[in-house]
Ligand binder design. Structure first.
Ligand code: MRU
Length: 364
């Protein structure tokens, strides 16, 4: 693994890129931010799996794009010219990458899309299938940028100039290929002189809000204030927040939404203070096959992320029991709207989300 160091604004970096000549997936290592902007080059399945598991590349859409480039690179290395043997090895690598993180549906969504390229083109020579896999992965990345921008346009209709916006975790440019999802209305508003005041929750235990959201918004000239996770009630009670925008890792058919741990607390507090909560969700994150939030698998992460990581010395008694779910489910009745690239879904979500899929031929 080699690295590249440059000094430029964080917004000029590509979160995820393909270097086809070098057979490398190139990612901005998010575990090093905000201190160091370091591009790392990943070549093997193990390196890609580890980068996803360790959150070097993170955020549901970025994970999806990384997996698409990753499986293309792994497919490219398969030696056989015989389709069945090729597909068998492709499926093995696909399952391996898919096991890196369970909650963000974009991982399996992107890998399934890549798999369909193989199965639909099984009569073609393997070399042709590999070319099509590359085209699909590149298309997936370009689509992500368009989708995020469209979410931004729809999200922007929900707020007005000068509004206070609270966000949790990082559903920003760093979590996507551009604009972010929850930050897309903020960036588009910034371009149009809306002068939002943004509050970024720090987002314990991995500090995506402090390290990533506050960093990218600040670097973009947005008026951003970093707050600890336990301060959202205080800022809402002060009347400083007009809307909450968050991202998501999986939206169930009834609108229940899994997002970074702590989102449901923000949503419950927001209800108390009559602040609308909007979930920004590309349709790639909406999983109509999962009926409710109860069926969403919540990733459990290791204790050291809570007790030691990001501290100079351990901040909890050695050996203490730790519960570290990476995500929680926000019940659909706490969500004022789900902002997709095709428009805003409202209650009853079972109908409105399905309508979006039917209308845009997204049901397979
Ligand atoms: O564990 P992470 O950092 O991958 O969690 C990310 C989030 O929870 C984001 O809010 C979500 O993936 C949406 S990103 C547009």
């Amino acid at each position: 693994m080699s690295d590249e160091r440059e000094t430029k604004n964080i917004m000029e970096y590509e979160t995820v890129a393909l270097d086809d000549e070098d057979n490398a997936l190139v990612i901005l290592d998010q575990t090093k931010l905000p201190g160091t902007a370091e591009l790392i080059r990943l070549h093997t399945g193990e390196e890609i799996w580890e980068a996803i598991y360790l959150l070097k590349v993170r955020g549901a859409p970025a994970i999806g794009v990384a997996a698409a480039f990753g499986i293309y690179l792994l497919a490219k290395q398969i030696k056989t010219q015989e389709y069945d043997a090729f597909y068998q090895e492709f499926s093995r690598q696909k399952e391996y990458l898919n096991s890196a993180r369970p909650t963000a549906v974009n991982l399996s969504w992107a890998l399934n899309r890549m798999e369909k390229i193989c199965t639909r083109n099984s009569s073609l020579p393997v070399a042709e299938i590999k070319k099509k896999l590359k085209e699909e992965a590149v298309a997936l990345k370009e689509e992500d940028i368009r989708v995020c921008r469209a979410i931004g346009e729809h999200g922007l209709t929900l707020v007005k100039p000068g509004d206070g916006i609270l966000t949790h975790c990082n559903a920003g440019q760093l979590a996507t290929c551009r604009y972010g999802t929850a930050t897309a209305p903020i960036y588009l508003g910034q371009e149009r002189g809306y002068h939002f005041r943004v509050f970024a929750d720090e987002t314990r235990p991995l500090l995506q809000g402090a390290r990533l959201t506050a960093y990218e918004l600040y670097a973009s000239g947005v008026d951003v204030t970093l707050i600890c996770d336990n301060m959202s009630a205080a800022v809402m009670r002060n009347g400083w927040v007009n809307a909450v925008f968050v991202g998501c890792d999986r939206v169930a058919a009834n609108g229940d939404t899994a997002n970074k741990i702590g989102t449901s607390v923000v949503a419950a507090v927001a209800k108390r203070y009559h602040v609308p909560v909007y979930v920004c969700a590309p349709t790639s994150t909406i999983d109509l096959n999962t009926p409710t939030g109860a069926e969403i698998i919540i990733e459990q992460r290791p204790p050291h992320e809570v007790t030691d990581m990001w501290y100079e010395k351990p901040m909890a008694p050695a050996g203490v029991k730790v519960y570290n779910p990476a995500f929680d489910v926000t019940d659909h009745d706490l969500i004022a709207g789900i902002v997709t690239e095709y428009g805003i879904a409202r209650e009853p979500y079972t109908e409105s989300l399905r309508e979006i899929f039917v209308k845009h031929h997204k049901l397979s």
